[in-house]
Design a protein around this ligand. Structure first.
Ligand code: SF4
Length: 349
């Protein structure tokens, strides 16, 4: 590690802003103080990599609507409960009597559907290519078991279209630290469009400090040499083609749809919708949900700017004052993968 950092620190490179788009990287970078160890000229910023943070207010409003419906139980991963949504949250709804339950796996929702046949069970599906296969497996099992009281409020998203939308013609970001977990599913080749279309170096990185340092060193070398390439610095977990079983699950259940991202807006092809064969499991159809307005963020909240890489946590006037992990005013302070929560917990910027 020391050798890597020494080599990195000693690099003489043109000004380089690297964006990381993975919540686990966001956390690891802050936790290991990697920003303080970068060479002069290199800057590392967070992008739209935290699945909780990029979930839009419209999807949260739909989840809240369902949670308040009698006879409905909403299952979600725990972090989603604390995300503020226009003065409300799933946690607050639960405190007021709504049936909102924390799941450790989507299969918890299936178990509930099988044992509580008088209830409508809804799984709130959020996250990227990493968690979407679990939702796909849930629906395949539910269909096989003939379950009729389970549905999915699908807010899953995929990275490539969002990155194209965010980074095309941008003047801020010079290189991309690609998300190791997503790449493990989709394959490193899924990020080849970054050098080929967006004309910037892209390096797939693992999550240990030395793995991140190695990836940054690779980026620094490319910048020094003027190369624009894709490199895989996480070959232990990421192959060129990805995980065929997980990709088969995604293809069997989902199709690309337009999705709305917090901070990025609507992006065609950046979401995962249920295929027609699974339409009966679509909570939006089953409950005939309208399109909900996204609701207002807390006054001063800069989560949207953060997710576009246009601000850093300490530039938000609420950071550490009106917004802390105990009382989050925005989603980036909720999850351990959020940029504000990471900086609040470990320091740095
Ligand atoms: Fe949003 Fe809170 Fe971060 Fe401000 S400090 S950007 S309100 S999460």
């Amino acid at each position: 590690m020391n050798k890597l950092l020494h080599a990195l620190r000693g690099m003489d490179i043109p000004p380089t802003t690297v964006m990381e788009v993975c919540g686990t990287h966001t956390n690891a970078v802050a936790r290991f103080g990697l920003r303080q160890l970068l060479p002069p000229g290199m800057r590392l910023i967070s992008g739209p990599g935290c699945p909780v943070c990029v979930t839009d207010g419209t999807d949260l409003a739909a989840a809240l609507f369902l949670a308040h419906m009698p006879g409905v139980a909403v299952y979600s991963f725990g972090d989603m409960l604390r995300v503020p949504a226009a003065g409300d949250s799933l946690l607050r709804a639960r405190e007021l009597g709504a049936d909102v339950r924390i799941a450790t796996s989507p299969m918890d929702a299936l178990e509930a559907a099988l044992s509580e046949t008088d209830k409508e069970i809804v799984w709130l599906g959020v996250g990227f290519e990493t968690t979407a296969p679990m939702t796909a497996a849930l629906l395949l099992r539910a269909r096989e078991a003939g379950v009729g009281n389970l549905s999915v409020l699908c807010a899953h998203k995929t990275m490539p279209a969002a990155l194209r939308s965010l980074l095309r013609d941008n003047q801020r970001v010079d290189a991309l630290l690609c998300p190791g977990h997503v790449a493990a599913i989709t394959g490193a080749e899924d990020f080849r469009f970054v050098p080929e279309e967006l004309r910037m170096p892209a390096v797939v990185a693992g999550f240990e400090p030395e793995e991140i340092a190695l990836a940054l060193l690779q980026i620094a070398r490319m910048r020094q040499r003027g190369q624009v390439e894709l490199a895989n610095c996480y070959p232990a977990a990421v192959s060129a083609e990805g995980n065929p079983a997980a990709k088969a699950l995604l293809t069997a259940v989902f199709e690309p749809v337009t999705a709305r991202w917090r901070g990025l807006g609507e992006i065609a092809g950046s979401g995962l919708g249920l295929r027609r064969e699974f339409a009966g499991f679509d909570a939006r159809r089953r409950f005939d949900l309208p399109e909900f307005p996204p609701g207002e963020d807390a006054a001063g909240c800069r989560c949207a700017d953060l997710l576009r890489g246009e601000a850093e946590p300490r530039q938000c006037p609420l950071f550490g004052r009106g917004c802390t992990p105990d009382r989050p005013a925005g989603p980036c302070m909720v999850s351990a993968e959020g940029a504000c929560a990471a900086v609040y917990r470990y320091g740095g910027n």
